[in-house]
Design a protein around this ligand. Structure first.
Ligand code: ADP
Ligand code: MG
Length: 395
């Protein structure tokens, strides 16, 4: 199934390249999107995240030319753009798809890639803007192409950090390190436990083929006022300050519970405590999940996922009725129906859920999720299943 999708994407990309540029491409690279199994809203607290690469990726087909520019067609955008190979061209005011590409080219050149003129076709089967990090997969794919065309190797961690800079500077999005790390360093049959403070990844085997990851898109995205994320961050920072540490990562659950009153006051009520309780508890859950996954203790993994969801819904307050419905439906199917665990994934207020499911029941579970979601919410959910996939590579 997944192999078929990949082959289709690859063939289409090659075909488009021939159509646009008249010859077969010399170089092909791919970089995947990702899903976070657990560890939500922990990155900016210096905590842990636990993503894996998915079997959806961005493929780029390219050939060097004698020109001094790059001509790049994005099949997803249905648009072609010309890029100057000058790293000192400032980022465009308005962020567009070209911003990600220009940024990855520019920073690669700054890092020493001797990039010739080239033609390229970009083609992705990661849904754009669907919370599965099509943007990181694009950045990492372009950076991988720059290594190939530019005769250098950045090293995977360096490449990921460079792509994070692309997102910060060129896409003007203050993201953490997770998306670019997992797209660059992901490995087939492994999830990645990433310590966001030390930036040290640990690859955790996820080899049991009888378990798959089912991603369900609620296809809703709630309008935000803009104050939601800053409030969560500010609350975490204030909580850390009251505990005398720089990051909530350094407060243990015991410490937090023993000195709960530090975070409760007339102005905030128990809001600061709830935010901190999520962030601190989520680190505990994430570490527990990684340990349990190592030994195939699926019951524990599932329990942590549900607990994560409840915490994000009740204490961090970043869920929404549609996502809650999807998790509730999955929970009702339960272990006997093949569902191990389920939770919201991504920043919140819509987007996707991630569920661990028995591979042989995945179609049936997807059917029930869609049917029940339609009944309860009146909207169509979309699903796809995946196993942990390979990170960026030259094909
Ligand atoms: P997500 O990363 O969750 O998919 P983002 O909003 O961060 O959502 O990134 C989506 C944006 O990334 C798109 O709007 C587009 O500008 C750019 N992008 C991603 N994939 C491609 C692609 N294949 N071709 C062109 N632009 C892309
Ligand atoms: Mg993104």
């Amino acid at each position: 199934m997944s192999d078929r999708l990949f082959e289709e994407l690859l063939e289409e990309t090659k075909r488009l390249f021939v159509e646009k540029f008249g010859t077969a491409p010399q170089t092909l690279v791919a970089a995947p999107g990702r899903v976070n199994l657990i560890g939500e809203h922990t990155d900016y607290n210096g905590g842990y995240v636990f993503p894996m690469a998915i079997e959806r990726c961005t493929i780029i087909a390219a050939s060097p030319t004698t020109s001094s520019t790059a001509t790049i067609f994005s099949n997803n955008m249905g648009a072609v753009a010309e890029f100057v190979l000058d790293p000192d061209v400032p980022p465009a005011e308005k962020v567009e798809w070209t911003s990600y590409v220009q940024g990855a080219i520019a920073l690669s050149i700054k890092k020493g890639a001797k990039v010739p003129g080239f033609n390229a076709v970009i083609n992705s089967n990661v849904p754009l803007g669907g919370g599965l990090s099509s943007s990181a997969s694009l950045e990492v794919a372009v950076a991988t192409l720059m290594e190939e065309l530019g005769g250098v190797s950045f090293g995977k961690v360096e490449k990921a950090l460079m792509c994070q800079q692309v997102e910060h500077v060129y896409a003007k999005m203050a993201c953490g390190i997770m998306d670019q790390f997992i797209s660059a360093l992901g490995e087939k049959d492994y999830a990645m436990l990433l310590d966001c403070r030390s930036q040290k990844p640990e690859m955790i085997p996820f080899v049991d083929p009888s378990v798959s990851v089912l991603i369900t898109n609620s296809n809703v995205k709630h309008e935000l006022t803009g104050s939601e994320y800053p409030e969560r961050r500010a609350s975490c920072e204030e909580a850390a300050r009251r505990f005398g540490v720089a990051l909530l990562r350094d407060v243990s659950l015991d410490e937090l519970l023993a000195s709960k009153d530090k975070l409760i006051d007339a102005e905030n009520g128990d809001r600061l405590f709830k935010r901190a309780f999520h962030a601190v508890g989520e680190d505990v859950r994430t570490l527990k999940t990684a340990e349990a996954l190592k030994i195939g203790d699926w019951e524990t993994v599932g329990a942590q996922m549900y607990a994560s969801h409840d915490s994000l819904r009740d204490d961090y307050e970043v869920s929404c009725p549609e996502i809650d419905a999807l998790v509730d439906i999955a929970r009702n199917i339960g272990m006997s129906g093949g569902v191990i665990g389920s939770r919201i994934t991504g920043g919140g207020f819509g987007g996707c859920t991630v569920s661990l499911v028995k591979t042989d029941k995945v179609d049936e579970i997807a059917r029930i999720l869609k049917e029940e979601y339609k009944k309860r919410i009146g909207k169509d959910a979309t699903t796809f299943s995946t196993r942990p996939a390979q990170g960026a590579r030259v094909l």
